[in-house]
Design a binder for this molecule. Structure first.
Ligand SMILES: [Zn+2]
Length: 232
């Protein structure tokens, strides 16, 4: 069976690397991610790019087609839920997909050096980091140690949710995903410039733990939202 897109599964000299310099690359990268998630949801996995020959092929250079800035939750493993393999995804994960300088630096590296054309902020339902932040605010008790940094990074999203009249956890998660996208674009001039130039897009997605499905929350540029799976 032909597996299209050579980002899709093949390796070797015919492989086309999907980078920011390829026309339409953000849309194609997004379509590839969504297709992989469909395979995961329907239990029709390809497990692309996971064999020894591909491991050898990518040992000397990498051209990942998407950056995933995801929550660290153990059930949100990027290569599994998007049915991808070695060299496909540049993954940065923190609890609650909170974004600090190291995360931004990693994203900037992927976008400017590796020319990765798509950045996805990936949250999920029942997020423990969002729950922890909500509990901390409700009780007025900040967590101890460095966990406080995670909670503090989520608090602006709680504030925004309150202003919007959103009290249900998964609605707050969506707001936090959108807030993370905005914070990244605001904090990284480099990323914002790449998006403005059209070589890179930033998309917010939410994953449902039980269904295994991703759906769109937000997209920059907004036109990209048309390529996303409909909101459930
Ligand atoms: Zn989480």
């Amino acid at each position: 069976m032909s597996r299209p897109g050579s980002i899709g599964g093949q390796s070797g000299p015919e492989r086309e690397f999907l980078t920011a310099d390829v026309p339409g690359a953000p849309e194609r990268a997004l379509a590839e991610l969504i297709a992989g998630n469909r395979r995961f949801v329907t239990d029709a996995l390809w497990h692309p790019n996971q064999n020894a020959s591909h491991r050898s092929a990518v040992a000397t250079e990498q051209h990942p087609f998407a950056v995933i800035v995801g929550c660290s939750d153990s059930r949100l493993a990027a290569e599994i839920i998007f049915d991808r393999g070695l060299g496909d995804l540049f993954v940065v994960r923190t609890a609650g997909h909170t974004v600090g300088p190291e995360v931004l630096g990693s994203v900037e590296y992927a976008v400017t050096v590796l020319r990765t054309p798509l950045v996805v902020v990936l949250g999920h339902d029942s997020c423990g980091a969002v729950q922890a932040a909500r509990a901390s605010v409700a009780t007025g008790t900040p967590p101890s140690g460095h966990l406080r940094a995670v909670v503090d990074a989520v608090v602006p999203s709680l504030r925004r949710a309150r202003e919007a009249g959103v009290a249900e956890l998964d609605g707050i998660v969506d707001i936090h995903i959108a807030q993370t996208v905005e914070a990244m674009l605001k904090s990284s001039e480099t990323l914002a410039a790449e998006v403005a130039a059209g070589g890179c897009a930033v998309v917010g997605m939410s994953y449902r733990l039980a269904a295994g499905e991703v759906r769109a929350v937000t997209a920059r540029p907004v036109e990209l939202a048309g390529a996303l799976v409909p909101t459930a």
